[in-house]
Each structure stands twice: as structure tokens, then as C-alpha cells.
Write a protein that binds this ligand. Structure first.
Ligand code: KG4
Ligand code: ZN
Length: 332
């Protein structure tokens, strides 16, 4: 089964051709990071406009690079939620137009489901499993007993992890997006600042706003006292605080539900400190983390998720398919 997938939920315009939910024949990504960097974050209206400019070219390139013809495509998959609504609608309308003119069925896919299924490029899923979803907009613990079955166990009560990374980087004057930069500096610093850890006793939920405020206050106080901020050390302390909580909750859940595998999904899955800490503490469980290019937004993950979604219930979307900023995964 050959799927053409389209992803435009945030600031990456991406199209991919995936065979049988496993083989990525092409994965074209046009990133808008440089455009949004000067604003220190994604500007929704600008993102939509750039998706409009790129989407057709990206689709054509994905088909060309996959060395297939349009009549070989069995299904068009597109991200339907969650995301910036204007950005999502560009991809959805492009997918609908492509599917309509070429008489190909269409299927809408959840973006977070895509991040989870990006792990299938690394290996098979072994159930039950838990996924730690850590992206720019979401921080969740999701339990799966079988394919296409999602139970939301924990979620953030305030900021997402990636959002906290980006904010801290911004206050420290580091470049956007902040996650990769903070991760790099954290590797060469010492954990010499005392920062809080929000374990939220007896809960699988998360909270990162207290940590974010603690770092911002620390920076302001240092500035007021004319003290130099040891940026590398602060990045290490911040990263340790974040990863201690993420790892502890993930492992507790893994133990409680006796899962066979732990998966990590979303942009922050690229974090080296998180991977190291998980590997060190995981004991006899298997860890899957996507390769770096499949951690951040891409259409291949949507193509893979679409394959399993279709195999599970054979349900397709139609021309009434709409986008939504809300994440319904595991909540319905
Ligand atoms: O999944 P993603 O590409 O977009 C959303 O769906 O949100 O995630 C983007 C987020 C950004 O906040 C970025 O700073 C963060 O992932 N990120 C990282 C790393 N690489 C990307 N955060 C921490 N460490 C990294 N190495
Ligand atoms: Zn994402």
C-alpha cells in the first residue's frame, strides 16, 4: 500500500511517500524556522502563508523522489489535528484537492499519533507500551495495549516541555528553537544551580511553569546583583530538572502497567540528556526513540500512522474533513 502523506500543522511543510507503513520512499521537509526565528516563536499567519507557497512543490518533490507515479498512490493522508488551524487547513485543502482530482481516498491523521508511530522506523511495537510524548505543544504519557489504541494517562497542567526549553533559551538570549541549543550547552555545563522538580505527588501529570519561573527569577536576580550567569551550568541544571521528572514518571508508569516497551515521541525526543537518563534507568525494558530527523515534524510519521489507522478500522475521511487545534488522541 502506497501512501502520500502531508503535514503542515506548525512551521514545517512536509510531504512523504510511505510503502506498507514501513518503508519511507521520500520525506521532503521545508522548514520555516529561519523565518520565525526573528520573532522568537512561530507566527501563525506567517506560517500559513508559507505553507501555501511551499505545499504543492513539496508534494511534487516527494512523488518525484519516491520514483512513483500518481496512479500508484492508494491513499492520501493528512494531519488534521492538533496544530495551528490556518496551517492545518493549508495541508488539508491541498490533500483534498490532490485526492479529488486523482480519485484517491483520503484519511485524516492526528499529529501526536504520527509522532508516536515515527518509532516504527526504528523497530516493531511490543504491547503494552508507554509513550512519553514531548513536543513543542504537548507533554503526555500515553499507554497502548494494541495498535491504534491510546489511553491518556498523564498530561501537562501548564507548559509543554518544548515550550519551556524555548522560553528559557529566549530569556538567555540563545537562538530559536531553544531546545537543541540548551541540550548542547547542557552537555558541557555543571549542575550547579538548585532548581525545583515538580513531581506532583501521586499523579502522572506534569507542570513546568514553576521551573520556568524559577529560572527566569534566577536570571533577573543575577542581573540585578550584577552577577554573571553561568549559561552552560544553568542549561545543565534546567535539563536535569526536566529530565528527572520526565524519566521518573515514565518509569513509574512502565512499572505499574508492566509495559514491554518505552517509546519517546515529539521534538524533545531528540534531547540527548533525556535519552541518556532513560537508558541508564530503564532496566530490562526496551527503549525506542526515532532518529533525529523523525523526532521533529515530518510527513513520513503521518504516512506510517495512517497505514495502521486504516488497517485497524478501514475508516476513511471524505471531502468534509476539517482541521482542529484540539488534540483528541486518547481523550475520546
Ligand atoms: O514536535 P515538534 O517538532 O513540534 C511540535 O509538534 O511542537 O517539537 C518542537 C520542539 C521545540 O520546542 C524544540 O525546541 C524542541 O522540540 N526540541 C528540543 C530538542 N530538539 C527539538 N528540545 C530539547 N532538546 C532537543 N534536542
Ligand atoms: Zn510535532
Amino acid at each position: 500500500m502506497i501512501i502520500l502523506a502531508i503535514e503542515t500543522s506548525c512551521d514545517e511543510t512536509s510531504a512523504s511517500v510511505v510503502k506498507n507503513g514501513k518503508v519511507v520512499l521520500s520525506n521532503i521537509i521545508v522548514s520555516q524556522i529561519d523565518i520565525h526565528a526573528e520573532f522568537g516563536g512561530v507566527v501563525p499567519e506567517i506560517a500559513s502563508r508559507h505553507h501555501v507557497v511551499s505545499v504543492t512543490k513539496v508534494i511534487e518533490k516527494a512523488i518525484e523522489e519516491a520514483k512513483i507515479t500518481i496512479d500508484q498512490i492508494d491513499l492520501v493522508a493528512v494531519t488534521k489535528e492538533p496544530g495551528l488551524i490556518g496551517a492545518l487547513l493549508v495541508g488539508i485543502n491541498a490533500a483534498k484537492a490532490f485526492a479529488f482530482i486523482n480519485s484517491i481516498p483520503i484519511i485524516g491523521v492526528n499529529h501526536i499519533k504520527g509522532h508516536i508511530y515515527a518509532n516504527l522506523i526504528e523497530g516493531e511495537m511490543k504491547f503494552p507500551l508507554v509513550t512519553l510524548v514531548v513536543s513543542g505543544g504537548h507533554t503526555e504519557l500515553i499507554l497502548m495495549e494494541k495498535h491504534n489504541d491510546f489511553k491518556l494517562i498523564g498530561f501537562t497542567l501548564d507548559d509543554a516541555v518544548g515550550e519551556a526549553y524555548d522560553k528559557i533559551a529566549r530569556v538567555l538570549g540563545l537562538s530559536y528553537p531553544g531546545g537543541p541549543v540548551v541540550d548542547k550547552l547542557a552537555a558541557i555545563g555543571n549542575d550547579s544551580y538548585d532548581l525545583p522538580r515538580a513531581y506532583l505527588k501521586d499523579s502522572y501529570n506534569f507542570s513546568f511553569s514553576g521551573l520556568k519561573s524559577a529560572v527566569i527569577n534566577l536570571i533577573h536576580n543575577c542581573k540585578q546583583r550584577g552577577e554573571e550567569i553561568r549559561i552552560n551550568d544553568l542549561c545543565t541544571s534546567f535539563q536535569n530538572s526536566v529530565t528527572d521528572v520526565l524519566v521518573k514518571k515514565t518509569l513509574n508508569l512502565a512499572e505499574e502497567y508492566q509495559v514491554k516497551q518505552i517509546l519517546v515521541a515529539g521534538g524533545v525526543a531528540a534531547n540527548r540528556g533525556l535519552k541518556e537518563k532513560l537508558l541508564k534507568n530503564i532496566k530490562n525494558r526496551e527503549l525506542l526513540i526515532p532518529a533525529i530527523e523523525y523526532c521533529t515534524d515530518n510527513a513520513a510519521m503521518i504516512g506510517i500512522a495512517a497505514y495502521y489507522q486504516y488497517q485497524d478500522n478501514k475508516k476513511l475521511s471524505d471531502m468534509s474533513l476539517n482541521g482542529s487545534p484540539r488534540n483528541s488522541l486518547g481523550r475520546d
